[in-house]
Design a protein around this ligand. Structure first.
Ligand SMILES: C[S@@+](CC[C@H](N)C(=O)[O-])C[C@H]1O[C@@H](n2cnc3c(N)ncnc32)[C@H](O)[C@@H]1O
Length: 213
C-alpha cells in the first residue's frame, strides 16, 4: 500500500462501525497460534461481508475456506433470523479454534462447520444458497465455481476473493505460477459465462461478485 492508500484504509477503519471484541480476540489468537494469519479477511472486508449478507437478507450461505472462522462469523452476523451458514474447511487442526469462536460469537446455532475437502462436501449439500463465498485454494476456483453454480438460487450471488492475486495476474512472468494461472483462468471463465453477470470489486485483493441470471 502507498501512503494515500494506507491513509484511506486507516480512515475507513476508524470511521466504520467498530470491530466487536470477539473478532478482535479471534484475530489476536490467530496471529499467536496459527500459520499464515495473512489469510484472515480482517476488519474492513469482514464488515463488507456482514453488510452484503444483511443487505441481501440472506437465509442460506455457503463459505468455502473457513480458516479460523473470521469471515464465517461476519457472514453469519448478517443472516436472517432463521438463516444458516455452511462453511467448509479441509484442515482438521483448525476445527477447535473455529468452534470456540463460533460459540463465543453467539452464532454457533447458525453456523454449520464441515471439515473436509470442498470438492467432496459440496455434492452432498442438498440445498440452495442465496450466497456462496469462495476463499479456498486458488487452483480449484473454477472447479468449485462449476460445482456450486447449480446450488445457487436464481438471482443469487457468488463472491470469489483474491481475484487480483496480489497484482501477480498483471505480470506475465508470474503467470507460470499455478495459483496465478488459475486465477487468470477463473476471471476469464466468469467473464465469459453467459449464465451470470459479474463485477470485479477492486477492494483489498479483489472480489469477484457474480450474480446468477
Ligand atoms: C484464505 S483462507 C480462508 C480465510 C477465511 N475465509 C477468512 O477470511 O477468515 C483459505 C482456507 O481454505 C482452506 N481450503 C483450501 N482448499 C480447500 C478445499 N479444497 N476444501 C476446503 N477447504 C479448503 C484452507 O485450509 C484455508 O484454511
Amino acid at each position: 500500500m502507498n501512503l494515500i492508500e494506507q491513509k484511506i484504509h486507516d480512515y475507513a477503519e476508524e470511521i466504520s462501525s467498530t470491530e466487536n471484541d470477539i473478532l478482535k480476540q479471534l484475530t489476536r489468537e490467530t496471529h499467536l497460534k496459527v500459520m499464515n494469519p495473512i489469510m484472515l479477511c480482517g476488519f474492513l472486508q469482514g464488515r463488507f461481508l456482514a453488510m452484503i449478507s444483511s443487505m441481501m437478507r440472506a437465509e442460506s450461505i455457503l463459505e468455502i475456506g473457513t480458516y479460523t472462522g473470521y469471515s464465517a462469523i461476519c457472514l453469519a452476523q448478517g443472516l436472517q433470523e432463521h438463516g444458516t451458514l455452511h462453511t467448509i474447511e479441509k484442515d482438521p487442526e483448525l476445527e477447535e479454534i473455529c468452534r470456540k469462536y463460533f460459540k463465543l460469537s453467539g452464532l454457533e446455532n447458525k453456523i454449520q462447520l464441515h471439515i473436509g475437502d470442498a470438492m467432496e462436501v459440496i455434492p452432498n449439500l442438498d440445498m440452495l444458497f442465496d450466497l456462496v463465498y469462495i476463499d479456498c485454494d486458488k487452483e480449484i476456483y473454477t472447479d468449485v465455481y462449476e460445482l456450486v453454480f447449480e446450488k445457487v438460487k436464481p438471482r443469487g450471488y457468488i463472491i470469489a476473493d483474491n481475484v487480483l492475486w496480489h497484482g501477480k495476474i498483471f505480470d506475465e512472468h508470474q503467470q507460470d505460477d499455478k495459483e496465478t494461472k488459475a486465477i487468470v483462468e477463473f476471471n476469464r471463465y466468469v467473464k465469459n459465462d453467459k449464465r451470470a453477470e459479474n463485477y470485479l470489486l477492486p477492494f483489498r485483493d479483489g472480489m469477484m461478485i457474480i450474480q446468477k441470471k
